[in-house]
Design a binder for this molecule. Structure first.
Ligand code: FPP
Length: 264
């Protein structure tokens, strides 16, 4: 087994249309449709979440194989706390189980587990599992694997504003000097590049309070597939779709060709 962090493992067959020099650096995914997938099959909703974990595994492997630097998965939104209690407990249990059983593979991938969101709301055992995975993988140099947990985009911006205001009060920063870059430094995972590609499954067309600040220029790929059906082939289609688009960041095509606006 290859444990190289940046080279594509040679035993994997890669999609011929995907240009490895233009793979998105950061992919963010809204994993939607677990419940509908299950109900359509006469199963209880939690069966959809369990099957969704297989997609999580497959997509992480695909990201590693194509050299994606960071993958952020919307595993539990701040709004998800309003779901029925037994569904919330099952999601927490699955997350713990996943983090415990997958740690060996994550280490083999040299991936670094991170989390964003208000972790203080998680049950103690789930929080411990997350913190353990983060601590165990913190020196890994491969892909950043970010789990958005108890996460809300507006909450993240409010949390950043609070920390910024505190620093201003302490005289550490000058309010007049705050610019976009300075503000973004207060977000949860400020060292990561903004997502280049945002994928949403489940045949919905919303951003659902996910990474509101960071997706300002992201390309959107909306999939009709329910999350448990979204596997390597669907991910490859998303990459092909992404690579067919021209990213202009508000510039003209000529300016992009001439390499202007590199500060994006
Ligand atoms: C949305 O489906 C999905 C979620 C609320 C959570 C995603 C969770 C998993 C894939 C399993 C655990 C995650 C990890 C990272 C181990 P939905 O229930 O909203 O689907 P619906 O719109 O069809 O009801």
């Amino acid at each position: 087994m290859s444990s190289s962090s940046s080279n594509v493992p040679n035993e994997v067959e890669l999609h011929p249309e995907i240009d490895l020099d233009h793979v998105p650096r950061h992919v963010a995914i809204i994993m939607d449709g677990n419940g509908r997938w299950a109900v359509d099959r006469g199963l209880e909703r939690n069966a959809g979440h369990r099957e969704g974990i297989e997609s999580v595994r497959e997509i992480i492997r695909a990201c590693r194989d194509y050299g994606v630097e960071a993958l952020t998965l919307y595993a539990f939104s701040i709004e998800n706390w309003n779901r029925p209690k037994d569904e919330v407990s099952e999601l927490m249990r699955l997350l713990e189980e996943y983090l415990e059983t997958e740690l060996a593979e994550v280490m083999e991938h040299e991936a670094q587990v991170r989390s964003i969101g208000r972790l203080d709301r998680l049950p103690p055992s789930t929080r411990r599992a997350v913190e353990h995975a983060v601590a165990e993988t913190k020196n890994n140099q491969g892909m950043k694997l970010v789990f958005a947990l108890s996460y809300g985009g507006r909450t993240e911006i409010v949390d950043a504003a609070r920390r910024l205001a505190r620093d201003a009060e302490l005289g550490k920063i000058d309010p007049e000097g705050i610019d976009e870059k300075g503000f973004a430094a207060y977000l949860y995972a400020a060292d990561l590049p903004d997502p280049d590609l945002l994928i949403r499954t489940g045949a919905e067309q919303r951003v659902s309070n996910f990474l509101l600040w960071q997706i300002a220029y992201a390309e959107l790929h909306l999939s009709e597939k329910m999350w448990p059906e979204f596997r390597r082939a669907e991910f490859e289609s998303a990459l092909v779709d992404y690579q067919r688009r021209e990213r202009r960041f508000g510039l003209t095509s000529d300016q992009v060709r001439d390499g202007e606006g590199a500060d994006s």
